[in-house]
Design a protein around this ligand. Structure first.
Ligand SMILES: [Zn+2]
Length: 325
């Protein structure tokens, strides 16, 4: 919450009003049948999974699993650890540009986003997440490769098609790197039929979550072009880099990367509603600055490019949404 002058509040209110129309209905607040945390499905919705593991409190002790049910849930920071891995060290990011991106500035803009995020105070928020051996996320990313895909599966893609795109490209793109996140970035004429623009703007998952039964467990994400549905998947229709679709993708890429790193197999960090770290701060932006064209931004990295990206959840001091840590 900004304590700044009236103008800042006005700006926040203006964006909030747009946001209200833009955002989807919040996830239902429900408890799982067994009292454990709902399990995330990577699409910002908790699943009531009777097999979902109980939250662990590794910050306080290393007691065995038999002791977990009676202990306090999670870290007291509003998000709980469930025993799975996080992505350590420098995380490799791969972009697969699906469809027709010819002449779209997204292809030069979004690679810059990854280098701007890496090592920033914003990305440092993710270092508040750790695994069962108390190894923390590094807050570092590197764009390690990019390829194009010329509509191999047409313009209406299923979740399985997204995985198939990843599987067909990853052998020659980092060698199906298990410390990588493979992003499928679709052009605005492409739909993702399980709910792009109506249920979600992006999602992340991993290959052994039902996409395939063998091979390396590849982390991947779908990010559609919000130009297809600006009112649903972009925070503003005039944007700092003059490309509302690409600027909207920047916030979604930030969101999915934060979750893929802190909860790559959907069994590490999420709250009782099944919300992962970025879900808890979705469509909130903190203090805004005004770009030359009158649009808003809230983050600049090494390149000085202006970005409007959502805040992320800090897993410390009780937990809070922030742009830095
Ligand atoms: Zn999410």
């Amino acid at each position: 919450m900004t304590t700044n002058a009236t103008r800042a509040s006005l700006v926040a209110a203006t964006v909030a009003a747009f946001m209200l129309a833009a955002s989807f209905a919040p996830a239902q607040v429900v408890r799982s049948k067994n009292g454990n945390d709902l399990r995330p499905n990577g699409k910002h919705q908790g699943i009531d999974d009777p097999k979902a593991p109980p939250a662990q409190d590794i910050a306080d002790d290393n007691a065995g699993p038999s002791n977990q049910a009676s202990r306090s849930r999670g870290s007291g920071n509003g998000i709980n650890y469930h025993g799975g891995p996080v992505m350590l060290g420098t995380v490799n990011v791969y972009f697969i540009w699906y469809g027709n991106w010819s002449g779209n500035t997204a292809t030069s803009l979004l690679p810059t986003l990854i280098s701007d995020l890496s090592g920033s105070k914003y990305e440092h928020i993710n270092t508040s997440y750790y695994n069962g051996s108390n190894q923390h996320v590094a807050g570092l990313m590197n764009l390690s490769g990019q390829q194009n895909d010329n509509y191999t599966y047409g313009t209406a893609l299923s979740d399985q098609n997204i995985y198939q795109v990843v599987a067909s490209h990853c052998p020659s793109l980092g060698g199906c790197d298990t410390n990588g996140i493979y992003f499928v970035l679709t052009s605005s004429d492409v739909n993702e039929t399980s709910g792009f623009c109506t249920q979600y703007c992006g999602w992340h998952d991993h290959s052994l979550d039902g996409y395939t039964s063998s091979g390396p467990d590849i982390k991947f994400a779908f990010v559609g072009n919000p130009a297809r549905c600006l009112s649903a998947c972009a925070a503003q229709s005039t944007s700092p880099n003059g490309n509302p679709g690409a600027d909207g993708m920047a916030s979604i890429i930030a969101h999915e990367s934060e979750e893929a790193i802190s909860d790559p197999l959907l069994n590490a960090w999420y709250d009782s509603r099944g919300e992962e770290n970025a879900d808890k701060c979705a469509w909130t932006f903190g203090t805004l600055s005004t770009a030359a064209n009158g649009s808003y931004y809230n983050f600049t990295g090494a390149s000085k490019t202006e970005w409007l990206i959502q805040r992320n959840w800090v897993n410390a001091s009780g937990g809070y949404c922030s742009m830095s840590y």
